[in-house]
Design a protein around this ligand. Structure first.
Ligand code: COA
Length: 271
């Protein structure tokens, strides 16, 4: 499939700042494609990401989304500083709200979203990676929220998601010093799931995506909801949601097939 042009039931799309391609059936890859600025995010790039999410939301066969950056040096080196240097306070707030809304849309997308961090993930790049369900990183990846060095705060959720992911004390250290973390440190601190040599990251991402795509998509989508929605609820309400969705999963063909396959000693074939 063409990397930026969709036909058939999907709306035709031409992107200039991102690439969206269906690498294999149901496995999509979104690449932030502004290598001259180390894939910095400006308002147009965010708009295109929004449109890409729209396409995925409309495709019932979508199973997994991988997000990465073009080139070998950077995932996303932050929000675009040149773009931000011209913004008034009101426009700055609107820019933060745009990023916030799109990252939340990504976080609550029904399918799993995996960040393949292939270099710098700074500021908005770290915030983008943290809005994914989890992160695989290349050995050269660098994570950080260096906004204090620019005299601003994080604006796309960094102060909140970093705190939830690495704990308050470490988040405070990273936010007030603006220092960067290596991939190895990010893994030790629970931000990253796995670290791979740079040359292997894309293949490892595809292997993982294929494994997810071969499982019951209804069970995976309900599980994602449980984790993403449940983490912000109190335990009682989160457990009520789990029993509700557990019950709901019994209505699916996948439950029928998964349990029959186990009892008949064969591999399940999910629809
Ligand atoms: N916004 C806009 N442009 C950016 C950018 C950003 N966040 N990050 C990098 N770029 C641009 C640089 O201005 C440079 O453009 P030029 O070639 O026209 O001069 C190009 O990308 C390459 O960056 P450069 O700084 O030359 O690469 P480097 O290898 O020396 O350093 C970084 C890499 C990531 C350490 C450095 O670019 C950097 O600190 N970027 C900003 C990170 C940041 O503060 N992010 C948070 C923003 S809220």
């Amino acid at each position: 499939m063409n990397a930026t042009h969709f036909e058939g039931s999907l709306p035709a799309q031409e992107f200039s700042n991102i690439l969206l391609d269906e690498v294999e059936n149901g496995i999509y890859r979104l690449t932030i494609n502004r290598p001259k600025t180390l894939n910095a995010l400006n308002a147009d790039t965010l708009k295109e990401m929004d449109a890409a999410i729209e396409i995925l939301e409309a495709d019932p066969s979508a199973r997994v989304l991988l997000i990465t950056g073009a080139g070998e040096k950077s995932f996303v080196a932050g929000a675009d500083i040149e773009h931000m240097s011209h913004l008034t306070p009101i426009e700055g707030k609107a820019f933060a709200e745009q990023g916030m809304r799109i990252f939340r849309r990504l976080e609550t997308l029904r399918i799993p979203v995996v960040a393949l961090v292939n270099g710098y993930a700074l500021g908005g790049g770290c915030e983008l990676a943290m809005s994914c369900d989890f992160i695989l990183a290349a050995e050269n990846a660098k994570f950080g929220q260096p906004e204090v060095n620019l005299g601003i705060t994080p604006g796309f959720g960094g102060s909140q998601r970093l705190t939830r992911l690495v704990g308050r004390a470490m988040a405070m250290e990273l936010l007030v010093t603006g220092r960067t973390m290596s991939a190895e440190e990010a893994m030790r601190r629970g931000l990253v799931n796995h670290v791979y040599p740079q040359a292997e990251l894309a293949d490892e991402g595809m292997k993982l995506a294929a494994m997810i795509a071969g499982k019951s998509s209804s069970a995976i989508q309900l599980t994602k909801q449980l984790v993403q929605r449940g983490q912000d609820l109190d335990l009682d309400n989160a457990c009520v949601m789990e029993s509700d969705l557990f019950g709901l999963s019994f209505s699916t063909e996948d439950r029928q097939e998964g349990m029959s396959a186990f009892l008949e000693n064969r591999k399940a074939k999910f629809s």
